[in-house]
Design a protein around this ligand. Structure first.
Ligand code: B12
Ligand code: SF4
Length: 498
């Protein structure tokens, strides 16, 4: 009988907000194991009561694997790990993913962590599993990859391990959108990002031919009509992108692809031929970190780009009818002096608002998201924030409540000097409510998710009223008396719509 490997994907959100998605990390670490072991992946959106099922399956297990980003995933992961450890004290619990990779020693100190696998674990996890199975577990409890994974040799992700119907949903560019990862790492050095700590500015990718072949399987076997690309930086190699596009066209895959993360500065240098291929092959949406309208802020975060490139990029995307999902951040740690800092942050808001107005004039079809800057452990700006008085946790458990979502961010900022509670709230209001409703695709996506006809009518009416309100608010930059936003937040929190 095959031995089993249990993998848990902790929920990323603190309340009952659904997260539909494919736990790609678990598929990636199972790609060399799925044939010879009984790999089982658990998550709240996959099973009704994952804890109960995991506890029932423990007897024959070699280990339990848990992934975690900094934040709530740690909280949920620890809850499962604690109960599991109580029932099966001899089965090792292996932690991996972004947070354990950033702080491996601290993570290992937790009693419900037996091993920490740092970074890309496609190869190291199978090695560990086999060693445990042979009864020769490694003495070293923190395991590092020897080199970046060669994705040209790696077997395709074993999507068959999941009940995919529970994982996929609709997006603005498709009804059955499948998440996919075509590269690991990113060669850039943005000072707020953890890429350079975990992947050391390396970048490895699945070759173009293989990407096309794997997308073809997703279309033919699983009926995918669209692909969401989850790479940290999909567009590093223009030739590869062009070849992928050509392959998609040649194979008449007739899909749309989106979410692909790319840098403004890289894409501005792409040739018109590649842009045309991208459009023809179904590129529907590019995600980019525009970060700020303030050049001083872009320089502080070492973004290595300028504001005029953001404008050029927006024009290019408009020309080729590709939607942009812009990500902005605000509230950088400028100065130890709170008065000076406030001045800088006010300037960040003004510059970004003015840039967004310019971008809206070029096209009103793009989506803007706006986040409060939150220092992630390991990133260069974290060290700067530390010097400015950031209070941060010193244990794995502590990081589980390091709040990440914009709606909760103001709670965290109470401890910070460089952003007021009011400003943090404003940022959450902008990203979720104002820009959320102004995004022309939100209406359709959300409407399609509601099956009850009466609820659908109520939704449509409220949305239209909300849209008028948010447009007025944005036009006059009037964000006080946010009664409409509070109502929206209630629906958002408990209705689970967005
Ligand atoms: C999809 C995604 C999400 C999804 C789902 C998250 C998930 N865990 O799958 C959602 C939408 C929920 C999300 C939310 C957020 N995300 Co996010 N997200 C991603 C993204 C784009 C892809 C994740 C993915 O599937 N990767 C593909 C897999 C194959 O790679 P991987 O996860 O790195 O896994 C490999 C290794 O890490 C390791 N590994 C991973 N898990 C495990 C488990 C075990 C047991 C082992 C042994 C190994 C292992 O092996 C894998 C194979 O090599 C990543 C960027 C990226 N390229 O990974 C950011 C990323 C993980 N997100 C990030 C951030 C900052 C956020 C947000 C805070 C964004 C925001 N401002 O709101 C929120 C946090 C929400 C919350 N409340 O905590 C950061 C993480 C920072 C951190 N310190 O944890 C990343 C790295 C982006 C970045 N470069 O900054 N995100
Ligand atoms: S380009 Fe994106 S993934 Fe790369 S370092 Fe900057 S923020 Fe991180």
């Amino acid at each position: 009988m095959k031995r089993s490997i249990l993998l848990y994907f902790p929920t990323p959100f603190p309340y009952n907000r659904p997260w539909l998605g494919i736990p790609l990390a678990h598929l990636a670490i199972s790609r060399y194991l799925s044939k010879n072991y009984n790999v089982k992946i658990y998550a709240r959106h996959l099973q009704k009561n994952p804890l109960k099922t995991i506890l029932n399956q423990g007897k024959n297990a070699i280990c339990l694997g848990i992934t975690a980003m900094t934040g709530f995933q740690i909280y949920d992961g620890l809850k499962i790990a604690k109960t599991f450890k109580k029932k099966y004290p001899n089965i090792p619990i292996v932690w991996g993913g972004w947070h354990p990779s950033i702080l491996p020693q601290q993570t290992l100190k937790n009693p419900f962590v037996d091993y920490v696998l740092v970074g890309q674990s496609d190869e190291t996890f199978p090695q560990l599993v086999k060693a445990i199975e042979r009864g020769k577990p490694p003495k070293n409890k923190i395991i590092y990859p020897k080199k970046p994974v060669d994705l040209s040799l790696a077997p395709p992700l074993p999507y068959q391990l999941l009940d995919l119907e529970k994982c996929i949903g609709n997006t603005e560019y498709g009804d059955r959108t499948f998440p996919y990862i075509s590269s690991y790492g990113c060669p850039f050095r943005c000072a707020f990002c953890v890429e350079q700590i975990v992947n050391k500015r390396s970048w490895t990718a699945v070759p173009a031919k293989k990407v096309v072949k794997e997308w073809k399987t997703l279309v033919k076997k699983y009926n995918a009509d669209s692909i969401a690309v989850y790479d940290s930086n999909f567009f590093v190699d223009e030739k590869r992108v062009a070849n992928i596009c050509q392959g998609l066209i040649k194979n008449k895959l007739n899909i749309r692809w989106g979410n692909a993360n790319g840098r403004v500065s890289t894409l501005c240098n792409y040739s018109p031929k590649t842009w045309r291929l991208m459009k023809q092959s179904g590129c529907a949406m590019i995600l980019t970190g525009a970060e700020s309208g303030s050049q001083a802020a872009l320089d502080l975060i070492e973004k290595d780009m300028n504001v005029s490139q953001i404008i050029k990029f927006t024009r290019l995307c408009k020309k080729y009818h590709i939607k942009i999902l812009f990500s902005f951040l605000v509230g950088l740690p400028w100065s130890i002096d709170p008065v000076k800092n406030k001045k800088f942050v006010d300037q960040e808001y003004r510059s970004t608002f003015s840039l967004i107005d310019k971008l809206l004039k070029i096209s009103h079809k793009n989506r803007f998201t706006y986040y409060v800057f939150l220092p992630y452990p390991g990133a260069p700006l974290f060290k700067r924030a530390q010097k400015l008085g950031l209070k941060y946790p010193h244990s794995l458990k502590g990081w589980s409540t390091y709040l990440m979502s914009p709606e909760d961010a103001f709670k965290e900022t109470l401890k910070q000097r460089w952003l007021s509670k009011k400003q943090a709230r404003l940022t959450a209001m902008l990203t979720q409510y104002i820009f959320g409703l102004m995004d022309v695709d939100s209406y359709k996506i959300l409407k399609d998710r509601i099956s009850n006809p009466i609820l659908k009518i109520i939704f449509c009416l409220s949305y239209q009223i909300g849209l008028v309100l948010v447009k007025i608010r944005w036009k006059y930059k009037f964000f006080d008396l946010p009664i409409d936003y509070w109502l929206f937040s209630l629906v958002h929190k408990y209705g689970g719509l967005i």
